[in-house]
Design a protein around this ligand. Structure first.
Ligand code: HEC
Length: 262
């Protein structure tokens, strides 16, 4: 039945042989055949048949034909695209972070320094410790344990010099200065002068010299500043032993009496 209809239509004799076939069915079948075979002539005839068959199929076949050809070619040359490489090699930390991180601790140090300045002010005791480390520790040891010079720790220095002024004149003159002054021994224990202790009077200011004596007595003798003890025979002794610098030493002691050294 379907075959006879399709054969009859091209010859225009369908009306004579098969009159029972309605006109609209012939038109639809013609349109469907045209759509299946690829001809677009009959597409204008019947809208439901053509829109269902013709329009989706070429679209599907077109995408099916292009996709397999295009995707394998593109997939191979892009293991690491340039924009991915650029994103990976780009610095993750912004440039301005570095100076900010460097400046922050400096700012806080300066801030803390300005706050702590009054407390950190150096007193004679601390100054004496610094002087000792620079000028004395080489011979007497960092903690006064002795070396080429005798030990000062364990109360030895306070034992040798009961009065601070006697230590001041000893440190100012040293072994040679004491000998020059006609002495053969030094200190309350009358230790014989062996030699080797350099006098500091000409190389060290009064404040530093007295500060290092203060430091040694405190650090190695456990003796706190005592104005009365320091005053004991001070003026007479320095005037007699170190006349050139006596006034300076007396002035420092006056200052210490007014503001006890810490
Ligand atoms: C070059 C080494 C040397 C240096 C530096 C030195 N001393 Fe001496 N010191 C000696 C010697 C050696 C003696 C013993 C001197 C002697 O017997 O004639 C001595 C003795 C002393 C004594 C007596 C100690 C005791 O109980 O017998 C005191 C205090 C002292 N020195 C303090 C100082 C101070 C303070 C300084 C730093 C300003 C200093 N010395 C730097 C070598 C040194």
């Amino acid at each position: 039945m379907w075959a006879t209809v399709t054969e009859a239509t091209p010859n225009q004799s369908a009306e004579e042989t098969l009159t029972e076939v309605p006109e609209h069915l012939l038109a639809r079948s013609k349109a469907r055949r045209a759509a299946l075979s690829g001809d677009g002539d009959a597409s204008a005839e019947t809208t439901p048949a053509t829109t269902e068959s013709t329009s989706p199929e070429p679209a599907k076949s077109a995408t099916a034909a292009t996709q397999p050809a295009a995707t394998p070619e593109k997939a191979e040359p892009e293991p690491t695209p340039p924009w991915v490489e650029a994103a990976e090699s780009r610095k993750k930390v912004p440039v301005w972070v570095v100076p900010v991180l460097v400046a922050l601790p400096i700012f806080f140090i300066l801030y803390a320094w300005t706050l702590g300045e009054p407390a950190a002010e150096e007193g004679p005791l601390a100054a004496g410790g610094e002087v000792y480390g620079i000028s004395c520790s080489g011979c007497h040891g960092g903690s006064g344990g002795g070396g080429s010079g005798p030990a000062l720790s364990g109360g030895a220095v306070v034992e040798t010099f009961a009065r601070p002024v006697d230590q001041v004149t000893w440190v100012a003159l040293g072994s040679t200065g004491f000998r020059d002054a006609g002495e053969s021994s030094y200190g309350d224990t009358s230790k014989p002068i062996v030699g080797g202790m350099p006098g500091q009077a000409e190389s060290m200011g009064a404040e530093d010299l007295m500060a290092v004596v203060l430091h040694e007595r405190a650090e190695f003798g456990g003796e706190a500043f005592d104005a009365d003890l320091w005053e004991d025979g001070f003026e007479e002794t320095v005037t007699a032993m170190v006349p050139d610098h006596a006034e300076e030493y007396i002035a420092v002691l006056e200052e210490w009496k007014a503001n006890p050294p810490v």
